[in-house]
Design a protein around this ligand. Structure first.
Ligand code: ADP
Length: 498
């Protein structure tokens, strides 16, 4: 009988369901946008019931398209937007509030207060690997307990449950039988001790969060439970889960220590597998769990670029100098260089390694001969320089040289950018055939748990590189450009005063 692994990819703007075969090829796919709810400036919410019903609808649609029943599905793997927080009633299965999305800044002020407590901030960093920030789940969960009438009391009485999105979907799919999270998602809550792999009592007490509402932490690849019969007319195993960036690291087969990937989406995310070593960054990176598998836990260093592909959207939507993202490749190639122009897209400040929320975007080196192709080229190059900054931070932290990077995300399709990236890191960029590394990673985690794939070697056989880009730039050119980039970054820093 035909057998496929079904991946749920529950992202920030849309949900998807993809069926994969043993070769890691896509057999069927279904996708739908999810509603963004903005109750106030800087607040972002999703409707957990909508997420649930859309996801099940997509699964049924993807199966229907290729005439599959539950018997054709080997297992389900889930990857999800990380940190987004859901609280629901254990008896009724009804959320008591909308999901508070990772982007939501409603607890930013509260987190600033915590940051004033240096002792606690450092404790949180050393236990969870994270900088205190409103992105992570802890302050969002606390907000719900403080602001939804009766919530705290009900939570203390054991009537409420908390979960990130994979927890919520698994609980719903198993008819309320299974309340778990995987280590990679747990490591984004800011309540999880990533060294001893348990919720941290001291942090829970600090945020005033009752332990009884938290899911049981599990590995990222094991049979968690079965779907209720009514969903697909029969039971399907639920066997894998990982946060989106970790799943992409897995899907790109970055299984070895020092393997590194960069995702060029709206924002950019770099993760490096640090193996079984938990590395604490001295350069503003986050330490996180990559995945737990076969009784072992693998860690990663993570750095993010706030504005990556979003800078290309800015060229299109605000400057109106391009019609679509694809044409930037040809425009950049129309000129031999940027004519000395540097764009620093610090629209919302700068992340690692600078961490400057007062930085703002800037364009440097404009002369009378600067044209729009130069600006477009310099904007594309800025994506590569920001990636180089992250690579350097990782190299210092892990005391290693990184000269190979696997890539995915929308802007990774840009050949000019990938060549320039290889030039600037003085190494090679490997672009995978599969553009869906995130959902593929979730599928692999689930399929490994059930024996659909034997081991990592089995999976690596599926990985094929569509194109490798190798550096062709001479050292003097590279050094000159990096020096100028740093100068441009310096001039963008501490621009606004508050
Ligand atoms: P997300 O998952 O964050 O929505 P995607 O991985 O779909 O992002 O990538 C979309 C981003 O990639 C957009 O910001 C877009 O501007 C950028 N992008 C898409 N195609 C190209 C291209 N050919 N060149 C440069 N940037 C691109």
């Amino acid at each position: 009988m035909r057998k496929y692994v079904m991946a749920f990819d529950q992202g920030t703007t849309s949900s998807r369901c993809i069926l994969y075969n043993r070769q890691g090829q896509i057999i069927s796919t279904a996708q739908k946008e999810i509603k963004q709810i903005y109750p106030q400036n800087d607040w972002v919410e999703h409707d957990p019931m909508e997420i649930w019903s859309i996801q099940i609808g997509l699964a049924q649609e993807a199966m229907y398209k290729v005439n599959c029943t539950y018997e054709n599905i080997e297992a389900i793997g889930i990857t999800n937007q990380r940190e987004t927080t859901v609280v629901w009633d254990k008896k009724t299965g009804q959320p008591i509030y909308n999901a508070i999305v990772w982007q939501c800044r409603r607890t930013a002020e509260y987190c600033d207060e915590i940051k004033a407590n240096i002792d606690m901030t450092e404790k949180i960093k050393s236990k969870t690997g994270l900088y205190v920030d409103a992105y992570f789940s802890a302050s969002k969960l606390r907000w719900i307990l403080e602001n939804v009438p009766g919530a705290r009391k009900r939570a203390e009485n054991g009537e409420l449950l908390f979960g990130t999105i994979e927890t919520w979907l698994i609980w719903k799919m198993t008819g309320g039988k299974v309340h778990i999270t995987d280590y990679s998602n747990a490591s984004r809550t800011m309540m999880f001790n990533i060294e001893n792999l348990d919720w941290d009592d001291e942090i829970l007490e600090f945020f005033n969060i009752p332990r009884c509402m938290l899911p049981e932490p599990k590995s990222s690849s094991e049979i968690y439970g079965y779907t209720t019969r009514d969903l697909f007319s029969g039971e399907i195993k639920i066997a894998g889960a990982a946060g989106d960036q970790q799943a992409s690291l897995f899907g790109l087969t970055c299984f070895k220590e020092r393997d590194c990937k960069m995702t060029y989406g709206t924002g950019g995310f770099m993760l490096m597998n640090t193996g079984e070593h938990l590395v604490h960054s001295k350069n503003g990176l986050i330490s996180t769990i990559a995945w737990g598998i076969n009784d072992k836990v693998y860690y990663a260093l993570e750095g993010s670029v706030f504005i990556s592909g979003a800078a290309i959207q800015w060229l299109r939507d605000e400057l109106n100098i391009i019609d679509n993202a694809e044409e930037t490749e040809k425009m950049a190639q129309k000129v031999s260089d940027t004519n000395g122009v540097y764009v620093v897209p610090a629209f919302v400040g700068l992340g690692a390694p600078y961490w400057d929320q007062y930085a703002r975007g800037s364009i440097h080196g404009i002369t009378r001969t600067t044209n729009k192709n130069h600006i477009v080229r310099a904007t594309l190059e800025s994506l590569a320089y920001q990636t180089k900054d992250l690579i350097d931070s990782m190299s210092y932290d892990f005391n290693t040289e990184i000269n190979s990077l696997k890539v995915d995300g929308g802007a990774a399709t840009n050949n000019f950018l990938m060549q320039f990236q290889a030039d600037i890191i003085n190494g090679e960029i490997k672009r995978s055939f599969s553009v869906e590394s995130t959902s593929l990673g979730a599928a692999y985690l689930a399929g490994l748990a059930t024996g659909y794939w034997k081991d990592e070697i089995d999976i690596i056989e599926n990985f094929s590189i569509e194109r490798t880009f190798k550096s062709t730039m001479n050292d003097a050119d590279r050094e000159e450009r990096i020096k100028n980039w740093k100068k441009a970054v310096d001039r963008s820093r501490v621009w606004i005063e508050s």
